[in-house]
Design a protein around this ligand. Sequence first.
Ligand code: IMP
Ligand code: MG
Length: 188
Amino acid sequence: MAADGLFRLVQSDIERVLFDGPAIHKRLDEIATQITADYSDRKLVVIAILTGTLMFTSDLLRRIPLPLKLNCLSVASYHGKTQTSGEVFFKELSVPEVAGQDVLILDDILDTGYTLAAVREKLETARPRSIRVCVLLSKRKRRARNVDADYTGFEIDDEFVVGYGLDFMERYRNLPYIGVLRKELLAD
Ligand code: IMP
Ligand code: MG
């Protein structure tokens, strides 16, 4: 089946598109310009939280012409459902060596904040010079922990979204846009 046909098949699961490829890329241009200016005389280390940030990281970092370093972390808090468990599991045992460096954490979506609060706490033990957070999406209404992002792609309502790296039970990550998943598919 041609790629086009495959996307049409998946598209029937999407209620509506929130941000298409061009809209995402336009916003990434703006955020990248801001990050480039803010970190021009810093030792930037980007820590991307996998897997949801794969596309975001790749598209954002290619817009930042600084001598940065990239590290990835894997965490899990979901277990396939749409509600966070509040507990965050790290798949790596070691903390990246970021002492004295300026860390920018990238995450796909800031929801309750449990994930970013846990990652931030863990990275602080490695004594970086600074830590900032950059997220593609933010659902402000759902915040349970006191964490905020320094750079946010888009604020969204409390709806479950997929695509451009974001998944529901590991599917839909390859959609080239961000869309709201049909509610009946979320029932478990
Ligand atoms: P938090 O710990 O509740 O802030 O959860 C953040 C993580 O939950 C994100 O990195 C995503 O993996 C996942 N998540 C939260 N909302 C959504 C959504 O609407 N679609 C897909 N994943 C989501
Ligand atoms: Mg995730």
